[in-house]
Design a protein around this ligand. Structure first.
Ligand SMILES: CC(C)(COP(=O)(O)OP(=O)(O)OC[C@H]1O[C@@H](n2cnc3c(N)ncnc32)[C@H](O)[C@@H]1OP(=O)(O)O)[C@@H](O)C(=O)NCCC(=O)NCCS
Length: 138
């Protein structure tokens, strides 16, 4: 597998992967333009790809707000899960955060044990008594 920066022609495969892994919702409004906009603002979008077939194995999107990195849209293609690829992609993502010298935050459903165990095993700790709020149309 290779891990490289996102290119706009990746988007159809990226969207398909998000749908297959249950992390896509239309309301989020995530488009290729938004990905590139985040990158221009100092973020990073990594794709993991099979160099032989060109198939997409995973995505990791890191938005940067000038202070912290928010890690989101993290997923590994279902047929490739539980082979250590999620760990490799997370470690590569954390290298980017180390280079930027800033903390990384993420949100994960408490029942998503695969993701919770992965993040905890790499040093993430959860806030106690903490809810996440959003307003989609302010
Ligand atoms: C979460 C996800 C990215 C993990 O990717 P993966 O490639 O399967 O993970 P790995 O094989 O690298 O496993 C790394 C660690 O994660 C944990 N883990 C992975 N799958 C697990 C499962 N089914 N149950 C419990 N823990 C699991 C384990 O701690 C594992 O370490 P170990 O193998 O030493 O026990 C993957 O399951 C996925 O894409 N899920 C759907 C999308 C999603 O929920 N994304 C996260 C949103 S916050």
């Amino acid at each position: 597998m290779v891990i490289r920066d996102y290119r706009k022609e990746d988007f159809p495969k990226v969207e398909e992967l998000w749908k297959q892994t249950g992390i896509y919702t239309f309301e989020r409004g995530d488009t290729s333009e938004i990905i590139l906009q985040c990158t221009d603002l100092g973020g990073k979008f990594l794709v993991m790809e099979d160099p032989v077939t060109g198939n997409l194995a995973g995505t990791s999107w890191m938005s940067y707000d000038g202070r912290r990195i928010h890690l989101h849209h993290f997923a590994i293609q279902p047929s490739l899960q539980k082979k250590g690829l999620g760990r490799i992609l997370t470690e590569e993502s954390l290298k980017y955060a180390r280079d930027k010298n800033c903390p990384v935050k993420l949100e994960v459903h408490s029942k998503n044990l695969a993701a919770v165990n992965l993040y905890k095993s790499l040093g993430f700790t959860a806030f106690e008594d903490y809810d996440v709020y959003i307003i989609l149309n302010p």
